[in-house]
Design a protein around this ligand. Sequence first.
Ligand code: MF3
Ligand code: CO
Length: 259
Amino acid sequence: MFSLGNNKGITIKSPEEIDLMRKSGQIVAQTMQKLILAAKPGITTMELDQIAEDDIRSQNAVPSFKGYLNYPATICTSINNELVHGIPSDRKIQDGDILSIDAGAIYKGFHSDHAMTIPVGTIPESINDLINVTRESLLVGIKNAVRGARIGDISHSIQEYIESNNYGVVREYVGHGIGRNLHEDPPVPNFGENGRGLELKKGLVLAIEPMVTVGDWHTKLHEDEWTVSTLDGNLCAHFEHTIVITDNDAEILTINQPL
Ligand code: MF3
Ligand code: CO
């Protein structure tokens, strides 16, 4: 989300609401799987957007991002040095690119938010490492999202993991609560100190989304007023899951149901 959020307060979800959010998360997880299969060299990001919109609507949901603050598309597609909020266009993804896809759905009033950076064709091992460390930093954050812990425990664990792997942690965009609104309180930074911030209660739903850079972590906003890229032009990656705090650990909602 944005550094200047318009968050709507903290909400604790009932078991019935969590069921709906689980469904919303599964919808967007399915859409993401389709996009991963479609993201071959030569396809345009606009074509990927159409696949995403069709797939979300076919599951009786609607795109979460389209129209949000006038955002014009279903997904965000951010390539290489672009970090988040890239607008789908007639640009073709190419062999060796890395593509960050961010997707959200609304099902029966509840949002889900999910992002992933994927390789297009073949990429060098060093770039794979950036992607792996970013994915793992999200999983580390989720592991620390236990009932009774605090937001700062999530934030600190993510920062520690990323920096110990010699990458940069973006400060200007952070994760967020989510529910009937795409962006709710509390903010979930990917940097911070243990023991600080809101205590995690059962039924709190969060979108955790580490954004990781090679080199300096500062970002810049493009003239389209959406696309965010690294200031120094280096590569970056982004992973996001919507999770819910349970009796003890966190359950990932934006994941396909095991068969
Ligand atoms: N995961 C992104 C975020 O929380 C979703 C952005 S939606 C957009 O910022 F519509 F604002 F692009
Ligand atoms: Co988000």
